[in-house]
Design a protein around this ligand. Structure first.
Ligand SMILES: Cc1cc2nc3c(=O)[nH]c(=O)nc-3n(C[C@H](O)[C@H](O)[C@H](O)COP(=O)(O)OP(=O)(O)OC[C@H]3O[C@@H](n4cnc5c(N)ncnc54)[C@H](O)[C@@H]3O)c2cc1C
Length: 381
């Protein structure tokens, strides 16, 4: 058991922390403008290597592993959970390609995406469900040597940017779920305006309308094998759950920092309010929740590094996402309460972290569904 960061972990953590303070903090208002994440900042994040932390050097990554990845995403999110999410969304289809893709698919998408040239999406959710693959209604019908895909996908992040689209659809003939891979936009593909949501304003999500989108029936346009869609979805969303746990951990950390700044500078009768035992108790309660989230996320990152532990990763990432998602919301509320009325004022930042954290129990799988997945694993191991 090693609780001291190694040189690589420490330097990536410092890199992300510096980037967040120097580049993201001065531009928070631009980042939070709905649907317009600043292109120059996105490119700077890519140029800094933040998209390639966990990927193999062979594909242009840094090869530093998920331990360094979560440290970086925690630091970015302490300033801007939206910015970290903008990166994470690009990584979702890449994780799937990395785990299940052919060499040709990896070469086509991983390098260009981590250089910032492509911004991919993963599309599973539909108006009828975001949890149950049996309820998918988007269908893929074979027409000679072409798949014809029709349906509606809901809340799809990055959908309006050019890049790889990893889309789960039901094969019309067999009813099996298959993972299709194609470049968006494409003929027959259109998006709604961005959904207006409570937080993560810099990371827009859309409905996607698929009107007879035609995709060649070949190995390049299907990830893994036909009918493997649900297996691919489960494995890759496990990595997504780890990534989002790091983002919401960071959002919580941002609120902790805002509260600490406040209580250590707010003066009552000549000394700071840290003298009040009620403040000390709330602060310690908040901090214990933060620390428990941190170690769960870091521990899960170790599991993520070892692809042979994928089954464990499915259970552990669900447990961690459920816990961190809920606890970050509680923690941000505690932070705001430490700050009196200043906590609910925009200028004091804690309200933004709470709004971002509120997305945690929903995105990449609802909390209750995560608990069911986690129980399913841990009751049998
Ligand atoms: C900001 C944001 C970005 C997103 N980006 C994407 C994206 O890029 N791609 C994508 O595919 N999706 C995306 N989503 C969608 C998200 O992953 C789904 O909304 C989520 O998985 C839940 O699905 P649902 O909303 O359809 O809820 P449902 O699955 O309909 O669930 C509704 C309620 O029923 C409960 N429930 C359902 N099944 C069970 C069960 N078996 N046991 C117990 N309770 C159950 C749930 O807990 C929930 O409370 C995004 C969502 C958000 C908020």
């Amino acid at each position: 058991m090693e609780f001291k960061l190694n040189e690589t972990q420490e330097s990536i953590q410092n890199l992300a922390r510096d980037f967040a303070e120097k580049v993201l903090r001065p531009r928070i208002d631009d980042i939070e403008e709905v649907g317009h994440f600043p292109t120059d900042i996105y490119q700077q994040m890519a140029d800094t290597g933040l998209l390639g932390i966990a990927f193999d050097e062979k594909y242009g990554g840094i090869g530093a592993g998920y331990d360094s990845f979560v440290l970086a995403f925690e630091e970015l999110s302490k300033v801007s959970p939206s910015a970290a999410t903008a990166l994470l969304i690009t990584l979702l289809p890449l994780e799937a390609i990395n785990l299940f893709g052919s060499e040709e698919q990896k070469q086509a998408y991983i390098g260009p995406s981590i250089e910032g040239k492509l911004r991919g999406s993963m599309a599973f959710t539909e108006p009828s469900t975001g949890s149950d693959p049996k309820q998918l209604t988007t269908t893929a019908r074979l027409d000679g040597d072409t798949w014809v895909i029709s349906g509606v996908k809901r809340f799809i992040s990055n959908a309006a940017y050019a890049g790889p689209m990893l889309l789960y659809a039901k094969e019309a003939e067999t009813g099996k779920c298959t993972a299709f891979l194609f470049d968006k936009p494409i003929e027959g593909y259109s998006t709604s305006t961005p959904w207006e949501k409570v937080g993560l304003l810099g990371s827009p999500c859309y409905d996607v309308f698929l009107d007879e989108v035609r995709v060649p029936n070949d190995d390049f346009h299907i990830l893994g094998k036909r009918g493997d869609g649900f297996t691919i979805l489960k494995a890759t969303t496990a990595y997504g759950k780890l990534g989002f746990s790091a983002v919401f951990l960071g959002a919580f950390g941002g609120a902790v920092n805002a509260a600490k700044d406040y209580v250590t500078t707010k003066v009552h009768r000549d000394s700071t309010i840290t003298k009040f035992q009620a403040i000390q108790m709330k602060f310690a309660t908040m901090l214990s929740k933060y620390e428990s989230c941190r170690y769960m996320v870091y521990n899960c990152a170790e599991t993520a590094n070892d692809h042979s532990r994928l089954e464990e990763m499915l259970g552990q990432s669900a447990l961690v996402k459920a816990y961190v998602g809920d606890t970050a919301v509680e923690g941000c509320v505690l932070a705001m309460n430490l700050m009196g009325s200043y906590g609910v004022m925009k200028e004091y930042q804690a309200e933004r972290f709470l709004r971002d954290a509120l997305i945690g129990p929903h995105v990449e799988g609802q909390t209750d569904v995560q608990r069911v997945i986690a129980a399913g694993y841990y009751l049998n191991h």
